[in-house]
Design a binder for this molecule. Structure first.
Ligand code: LRH
Ligand code: MN
Length: 437
């Protein structure tokens, strides 16, 4: 597979883009360093923690996303997993925070897995949790002759359940061969009418199926269960909320954990408290970061509710600070880019997740604990707000500069002409009707 030789991946090009910006970054960084020093915080320690922070890119989000109404593809749509990895490499090279990719099967499946792994390696990429797909039928795919219209792992028909179980075992094997740590299982299984499904029997069939998958996955390979309130089912969903996910993960086994997709909750749900509960239970798998205002909008992380994202990271930094048992979450983006260039959205979203992490590192945890124990809500709230309102942009830019990434990823990307180059190379895809990918 021949690689696209783009300036977007070239160290000298990136250095030329950074040169006119570096002095200002250094000046702002030094000023912030003095501010944080007065708070007893070492900016260098924060910067190296931020530089080490990583979030995975979703392979399914580098093409233009859409809704059930329409999809408006831009030029240079990826044709296959190799194109997707090239685009993910640009995101990582310029924003310096996405060294792994989360794959989706069968969309990304190839016969030559070691070839795929090597190709990713040449792009400086590895793999995070892979994803199975029993939420749509796969016409012509011999492994999926039966339909998932009425469910998959919780289907009333044991033959359909067996087909879905086999698919998930297959995805885990593909993931393990690629060095991925886990398989994420998200299902559309549910009902559209009261009475259509027996909640308990469906849930027990689901647990039984996941137990069968769990029994077949290699040693420390993990299963991540992803809950979602609704869609595609609009009355009940088998794994509808964190409670159902936790009950199932506890029933399945130690390496079965609960993944939190920020968009899978009703508006105004206290997601940061769900995170605290899953950490308490030792069952937090990790995240699909995105943002939303209404439903599972899959908007760019931090674009709508940056304070909520900060509050989630406040719980994560607190868990690390308390050395919570079994705390090792996987961080992944899961978004749909309907009106922006996906590469720009993935770069800026990775930076927004990094920003929330950096701000959460600035929380004075011992002071906060004191105000909480003293029942001083005003000072407790102000302690969080002080961290959230600290402009950590110089730290994020310095972390990128120190990694030879781009101080301003979007400007560097646009200056690289990458989109125009792939638009020339990759045949245009028609738009037409909806569908997220
Ligand atoms: C379901 C979901 C799931 C993916 C899919 C692309 O809404 O969040 O994580 O499989 O999006
Ligand atoms: Mn998701």
């Amino acid at each position: 597979m021949d690689q696209i030789m783009s300036p977007a991946l070239d160290t000298d090009f990136i250095a030329s883009q950074n040169a006119p910006l570096a002095a200002a970054v250094q000046e702002e960084y030094d000023a912030l360093g003095r501010t944080l020093d007065r708070r007893g915080i070492d900016i260098a320690a924060i910067t190296s923690a931020v530089a080490a922070f990583a979030v995975a890119s979703p392979s399914w989000a580098v093409g233009s996303g859409g809704t059930r109404f329409a999809r408006f593809p831009m030029g240079g749509e990826p044709r296959n997993i190799f194109d997707k990895l090239e685009d993910c490499a640009v995101v990582n090279r310029l924003a310096g925070a996405t060294p792994t990719v989360s794959l989706h099967f069968p969309w990304d499946e190839v016969d030559d897995l070691s070839g795929l792994k090597d190709f990713a390696g040449t792009l400086g990429l590895g793999f995070d949790a892979v994803n199975s797909n029993t939420f749509q039928d796969h016409p012509g795919n011999a492994l999926h002759p039966l339909s998932y219209k009425y469910g998959s792992l919780s289907h009333t028909d044991p033959a359909v359940r067996a087909q879905a179980v086999a698919h998930n075992i297959h995805c885990a094997e593909l993931g393990a061969k690629l060095g991925a740590p886990a398989l994420t299982i998200w299902l559309g299984d549910g009902s559209n009418f009261p009475g259509q499904s027996n909640f308990t029997r469906a849930f027990e069939r689901y647990i039984d199926s996941v137990k069968t998958v769990y029994a077949s996955v290699p040693g420390d390979f993990k299963l991540f269960l992803e809950h979602k309130m609704y869609e595609p089912a609009f009355y009940s969903t088998v794994i509808q909320d964190w409670g159902s996910s936790l009950l199932a993960a506890q029933a399945v086994g130690e390496n079965c954990l609960c993944l939190v997709d920020l968009g899978h909750h009703a508006p105004n749900v206290n997601i940061e408290m769900i995170v605290a509960r899953l950490v308490h239970a030792g069952k937090l798998a990790g995240f699909h970061f995105n943002d939303s205002k209404y439903g599972d909008d899959d908007l760019d992380a931090g674009a709508i509710e940056p304070y909520r994202l900060f509050l989630v990271f406040n719980e994560l930094v607190d868990a690390a600070y308390r050395k919570a048992p079994g705390f090792a979450p996987s961080y992944m983006l899961d978004q749909s880019h309907n009106v922006t260039d996906p590469i720009e959205s993935l770069m800026t979203s990775a930076v927004e997740v990094q920003r929330a992490y950096a701000q959460a590192l600035l929380v004075d945890r011992s002071a906060l604990e004191g105000f909480q124990d003293a029942n001083d809500p005003m000072m407790a709230s102000q302690t969080l707000k002080r961290a959230f309102t600290t402009d950590v942009q110089p730290i994020l830019a310095m972390a990128r500069l120190q990694k030879d990434a781009a101080i301003d990823p979007v400007s560097a990307y646009r200056a690289s002409g990458y989109r125009a180059a792939v638009t020339r190379i990759r045949p245009a895809k028609s738009g037409g009707s909806g569908g997220i990918v």
